[in-house]
Design a binder for this molecule. Structure first.
Ligand SMILES: [Zn+2]
Length: 336
């Protein structure tokens, strides 16, 4: 891609299967003219839509990285109509380090739309925003709770304003086939990858596949089978998309009170697990202090009636950490 500091070694307009890499200029004390490599593959065959599939936006979320690598290895042009561009891991250095953030402390998912002359994370965001998103009909960004959260394994979405885009995103979310789905809002700043893709009118499909510092076999299966089913639903990958029966439960997290922050630092004791129903005012967690052993633990109450969607994973918390996330069941027809 001439003119952009990031090089792409595959021809994204060519048919067939190519595996290569993005190269981001990088200068270190041991490598002055180095490049950071990010694997990318394109598999294309004839007419049809394009899906851009990405894992590892956050380095410690491995479900999407494993599914993305498998897609990169196994996908063949003869089994699809259209094109799949896959980047198994957007943040390889963070993946190696087992961290959510890049080694320089930035959250890649707050780097959008990016800047061509910014630091590496903003250059990569700019490349995605200006080169890859415009090629795509579907933008699939696979997240999980990583080290910090135990989320109900689910696909999720922003409730976007445009009715046609909202319906397409609802159907894409449902095609993942998880038992639950979640409607989320941005409670921790701007600059998210999905928001830029939504602004460009894309059908954005995102997930929160479990988390908590480990990946269960069932979650790896959901990542792989859900991804394939979405590609079938998009009529890119051959084969019939499977519809979940009985239908999934959609949890509405659009009321900001659903995101609960630790009132104090200490040892976090949850009293609820993902999928547990709660009532407004119910005691759902306690935060204990070793500094004041005789003090009653700090109580945390459910803000609303609903269902537990995510519980903080590490047992230590700092004041202000997001410790619980809830949602209220909603019918899909309410989104049309
Ligand atoms: Zn994430």
């Amino acid at each position: 891609m001439s003119g952009h500091p990031i090089e792409c070694t595959v021809d994204l307009s060519a048919p067939g299967r190519q595996v290569g890499r993005l190269e981001i200029p990088k200068s270190t004390n041991t490598g002055g003219w180095a490049h950071q490599f990010i694997p990318i593959a394109t598999v294309a065959n004839g007419e049809g839509p394009t899906a851009l599939v990405m894992g590892g936006n956050h380095g410690d979320e491995y479900e999407g990285q494993v599914a993305g690598l498998r897609l990169l290895r196994e996908l063949r042009p003869e089994e699809l109509h259209g094109r799949v561009i896959v980047i198994p891991c957007l943040s390889p250095e963070a993946s190696r380090g087992g961290t959510r953030l890049w080694p320089n402390g930035v959250n890649f998912n707050r780097s959008f739309p990016g800047r061509i002359d910014g630091p590496a994370n903003e250059q990569l965001a700019h490349f995605l925003s200006t080169v890859l998103f415009p090629l795509a009909d579907y933008v699939i960004d696979i997240h999980s709770g990583g080290n910090t959260g135990r989320f109900i394994p689910c696909s999720h979405m922003h409730v976007v304003d445009d009715p046609a885009q909202r319906r397409a995103m609802l159907e894409g979310m449902q095609a993942w086939g998880s038992e639950y789905h979640y409607l989320y809002i941005d409670i921790a700043g701007h600059g998210l990858l999905p928001v830029e893709a939504e602004r460009q009118g894309k059908i954005v499909v995102t997930t929160e596949l479990g988390g908590g510092g480990f990946v269960a076999a069932s979650t790896h299966r959901l990542a792989w089978e859900g991804l394939q089913n979405v590609l079938r639903h998009a009529e890119i990958l051959d084969g019939e998309a499977v519809k979940r029966d009985p239908p999934a439960t959609i949890l509405d997290g659009r009321d900001p009170r659903n995101y609960v922050f630790a009132p104090a630092s200490g040892i976090f004791e949850t009293l609820v697990d993902p999928t547990d129903p709660v009532s407004a005012g119910q005691l759902v967690a306690r935060i204990h202090s070793l500094e004041f052993p005789e003090r009653e633990p700090e109580p945390v109450y459910a803000p609303l009636d609903g269902v537990t969607a995510c519980v903080r994973a590490p047992s230590r918390c700092e004041q202000g950490d997001n410790v619980l996330v809830f949602g209220q069941p909603i019918e899909p027809s309410a989104l049309l």
